[in-house]
Design a protein around this ligand. Sequence first.
Ligand code: PMP
Ligand code: GLN
Length: 383
Amino acid sequence: LVERMRAFGTTIFTEMSALAVRTGSINLGQGFPDTDGPQEMLDAVARSGPANQYPPLYGIPALRTAITDHDRRFWGLDRDPDGEVVVTAGATEAVAAAILGLCEPGDEVVCFEPYYDSYAASITLAGAVRRPVTLRPEKDGYRFDEGELRAAFGPRTRMVLLNSPHNPTGKVFTRAELSLIAELCQEHDVYAVTDEVYEHLVFSDAAERHTPLATLPGMDERTLRISSAGKTFSCTGWKVGWATGPAALVSTVARVKQFLTFVNAGPLQPAVAVALGLPDGYFTEFRAGLQARRDRLVAGLTEAGFDVLRSEGTYFVTADITPLSGKDGADFCRELPGRCGVVAVPTQVFYDHQEAGRHLIRFAFCKREEVINEAAQRLTKLG
Ligand code: PMP
Ligand code: GLN
């Protein structure tokens, strides 16, 4: 194994899902739903016929058009399906290809910690350097320090990599926060790469709706917006993602993608096109159902004695283990299955400054109501 990858072992999701299987625990660790996505989408796969050869590099026209139509309908974005969209093997490949295609060795990527684990690996594979700005839990949610963000930018900054709605915290970046990020991107003339896989999963009690960074003044021409079907349509195993933005940025992703996977998910692309065209009701009902399960889990965690942090979106909620005499989230999560038959994920593994997240763990609520209820019941044993 090359030197630069040695720090990266098995992902925490693989480790914790294996622990769930081994101990027969309820898996609230890895974020994947336990129900299928919309029937129209599943029917479309069954119907899709012989789509078994390589699709075009940029994705099939029907999917590219569905993506740009979707982005116009929900976000008022206006992209050309020919040249300003590329379909990727999940958001993960889009993020990796963007970093590999845009960063020279030594270039810096400003991101927020805790960060999604693939970011660190992709930045490292590119020989680039991450400049994490810490999100700190406060009463009304996670916040970052403006001075810390300003200080993270410098002459070697190549891009900001922003995930909002944010995994693992459930934070939805506010317009004011996004404006500051936008101002700094323009002042330092850097790109923004946005991971918006949870774009539809913002709950009704969030302080603000989701705003794509690309819609802020001056950001359209420097933002590569990434999303995926996995979360919105409960099909995380399909790995159908995409990147949209100015043609030069999109072609950079495509250039790299050619040699990572070339193309992907031929038989699934027509079905994702169908899903993206579903009426608004699908998106609002899915979100409302998820919000109810968040509420149920938050109530259970609170009753069990955790200090639960505010989650405004995504599949996830984080909790402080200090009131339960926990000190280290990784130890706590390794012991949790034995104590009560539930699996969670320690968030410290998503930080460079691990101390900042040592006392925090993450639970996924994208599970059936009866599963959440059973988990909540089991967690009461912790007291
Ligand atoms: N980004 C974030 C923030 C995620 O939470 C996930 C899913 N776990 C991904 C990217 C990966 O998305 P995909 O499965 O489409 O590659
Ligand atoms: N994104 C999912 C999560 O955060 C897991 C993805 C993975 O296993 N790599 O739980």
